[in-house]
Design a protein around this ligand. Structure first.
Ligand code: ZN
Length: 148
């Protein structure tokens, strides 16, 4: 067995039963790097005590992200780590969906009038130029009048 094969196998047996790197881990890694970078940029402004404090806090947050990332990588509590990652991925999906919807509302703003339901705050739309319409929300069944 070659030297590298041996190292690979040792690493594999060490990581066996541990969480390793998942989506949340990658975000913590990149997030920690970004925080440290921002911290050193802000820290380079001398004679600005407030920036120095912010820089220190960012650097501390970056360190915390690294520590949490490494802790999760080597953790043997797979159930808990996977649940964390699932929640994180679901959160990202929701944010992505919100962004896509906002882009679509902007794109179609001349065709549709967008507004929020006063009952459940869901986004609704009306074709522009249909006048004043009484609407019943399909989600919470609140009725209200809306100008289009
Ligand atoms: Zn509603």
């Amino acid at each position: 067995m070659s030297f590298w094969e041996k190292i690979k196998q040792t690493l594999r047996s060490f990581m066996n039963g541990r969480n390793g790197v998942d989506q949340l881990g990658m975000t913590l890694l990149w997030g920690g790097l970004a925080l440290n970078l921002l911290s050193s940029i802000l820290g380079s402004f001398v004679n600005r005590p407030l920036l120095a404090v912010v820089s220190m806090l960012l650097s501390f947050a970056g360190l915390a992200a690294y520590v949490f990332c490494i802790y999760r990588m080597f953790s043997r509590n797979l159930e808990k780590r996977r649940a964390e990652n699932r929640r994180y991925v679901a959160f990202c999906d929701r944010q992505k969906k919100k962004r896509t919807q906002a882009v679509n509302r902007f794109k179609n703003r001349k065709i549709y009038k967008y507004f929020k339901c006063p009952g459940c705050k869901a986004w609704l739309r009306l074709k522009r130029g249909s006048g004043v319409v009484t609407i019943t929300c399909s989600r919470c069944h609140t009725s209200f009048t809306q100008k289009s």
